[in-house]
Design a protein around this ligand. Structure first.
Ligand SMILES: C[S@@+](CC[C@H](N)C(=O)[O-])C[C@H]1O[C@@H](n2cnc3c(N)ncnc32)[C@H](O)[C@@H]1O
Length: 480
């Protein structure tokens, strides 16, 4: 019988994929035929998954769907959207349920999503070993066994934490004799291999381990994107891929300076050398850059030594370092106030403070700067929550040119922002604008999310409605 590795190789080859050793990166996934933009390269259900804290009770433990859910009456921790999911999880949850129910209330509180992910992983492996549930070429523990862990590079403090977490897992599963060192090692694998399961609008729902998808390496300018339908992970091509191309996805938020991106990648123990990370720092200066004193100039400022002054790289005008420092500290002070208002649920007052911050940031930063973008994103969310559609639309429109600058053309964030813009325009009866925005959204999202997803089908429906409305308006005689 073929080994699990040969079976996996065969399975991948049938899909036009192969595992290759990529210098400096370890294993990687490579295309062995061409793929078109939007084509699914690979899809996989999680080997193990767990909802995050916010999603418990609002997301089905099995399929990650939201809606009306029913709680497991025994452990009172697991939630399911219906009997199909409850049945699909039953053999695993039965063991999990017994373990959780035996815990004291204090211990139950220690069941973080990561601990639960580990418990479910161990139980799944046990059930597969006992052949109580099936395994396959892409669904077996051997794939988890060979995942990169970087355990030798993990610092002492983190190792202690992993050891404590392993002890806790043993307390949850007292009937299974665990190798605590191996469990700590597996926690380290989670850190560089687990993926955040998101809904179609990229809101995080939980964490999952998808061991075949984990073979895909990172790039800040990826040629593929990982998204989810329910709990199933889909990797789609973002551009035409030819034979022998290494497939890459992004592990992090890429709308950030190189320093920030490299910092976010630290948990994966590598330094990215993608084209975006090795090019000169002009783009970085723009992303975190201050604006020129001349409001008509769109130049970027670079600091002189000692940051006593900042000089515009376009017109040469200088901005005083002290003035920049003063505005920056005003913003910092207000940001603390705004975020504490926001976390106490006072959206209206938080919105007022963020509006002041946005005004100050407009004076300080270049219009493409990331801090200004983030403030406008917060204001968009707050105004949407307050149902202030007109102001929401204003902030949404302001973010789009920045998104188009900082993300590649087929990035889900661009599609989603056009979608939000289109829905707001539709609501405010700017029908022609809505049609344009929804069309732009559909162009991007049918590549990133696929034409068959419910989310894109709904978008197509709205687009049809907007098209019909615009052509009706054009064909109706103007009222006298
Ligand atoms: C999710 S795994 C990807 C598969 C991995 N290469 C393997 O051999 O199993 C993440 C790990 O792959 C490596 N990696 C991913 N992207 C990389 C890149 N762009 N450059 C160097 N190493 C990378 C790092 O070791 C990282 O911790």
């Amino acid at each position: 019988m073929a080994s699990w590795a040969e079976q996996l190789e065969r399975e991948l080859s049938g899909r036009g994929l192969a595992i290759a050793f990529v210098p400096g990166k370890g294993r990687g996934l490579v295309a062995t035929r061409s793929f078109f933009p939007g084509e699914v390269l690979i899809c996989q259900e999680p080997y193990a998954s767990a909802p995050n804290k916010v999603s418990v009770g609002s997301t089905c433990d099995h399929c990650f769907a939201s809606g009306k859910l029913r709680k497991c009456s025994v452990c009172r921790l697991a939630w399911y959207c219906g009997s199909v999911c409850q049945k699909a999880e039953w053999k695993l949850h039965q063991l999990e349920c017994q373990a959780i129910s035996a815990l004291t209330e204090d211990r139950k509180k220690m069941l973080t999503p990561t601990i639960r992910l580990m418990v479910r992983l161990i139980l799944r492996r046990k059930l597969q070993i006992e052949k109580a549930i099936p395994s396959s070429a892409t669904d077996n523990y051997n794939l988890v066994d060979v995942l990169e862990s970087h355990i030798s590079k993990v610092d002492g403090k983190q190792l202690v934490l992993y050891a404590q977490m392993a002890n806790l897992v043993q307390l949850v599963l007292p009937s299974i004799q665990l190798d605590l060192k191996e469990i700590a090692h597996t926690f380290s694998k989670f850190a560089c291999n687990a993926h955040t399961i998101c809904d179609p609008e990229l809101r995080p729902l939980g964490t999952g381990l998808f061991p075949v998808i984990s073979i895909i390496n990172h790039s800040c300018v990826p040629n593929a994107v990982l998204l989810f339908e329910g709990h199933t992970a889909y990797v789609r091509a973002l551009e035409p891929l030819s034979n022998n191309t290494e497939i890459s996805i992004s592990y992090i938020e890429t709308a950030a300076t190189t320093i920030k991106r490299q910092n976010d990648l630290k948990q994966y123990f590598f330094s990215c050398s993608c084209p975006c990370c090795i090019k000169d720092s002009e783009e970085d200066a723009l992303l975190e850059g201050y604006r020129c004193k001349d409001t008509k100039c769109d130049g970027i400022l670079l600091p002189d030594s000692g940051k006593k002054a900042y000089t515009c790289q376009k017109c040469g005008i200088c901005r005083d370092g002290e003035e920049v420092k003063k505005v920056s500290s005003q913003i910092l002070l207000l940001s603390d106030k705004a975020s504490s208002l926001l976390s106490s649920g006072n959206n209206s007052d938080a919105g007022s403070v963020y509006k002041v911050i946005e005004q100050l940031e407009q004076k300080l930063y270049h219009s493409f700067s990331i801090p200004l973008l983030h403030t406008r994103e917060k204001l968009l969310k707050i105004c949407m929550d307050l149902q202030d559609w007109q102001t929401s639309l204003m902030y949404c429109r302001l973010t789009i040119p920045v998104y188009e600058r900082v993300y590649p053309p087929f990035h889900p964030m661009i599609g989603l922002q056009f979608y939000t813009c289109g829905k707001l325009e539709w609501l405010l009866e700017y029908t022609e604008d809505a049609l344009k925005s929804l069309t732009r959204a559909a162009d991007v999202l049918q590549i990133t999310h696929g034409t068959k997803s419910q989310f894109v089908k709904e978008l197509f429906g709205k687009l049809e409605e907007a098209r019909a409305e615009v052509s009706f308006k054009l064909s109706s005689p103007p009222s006298s």
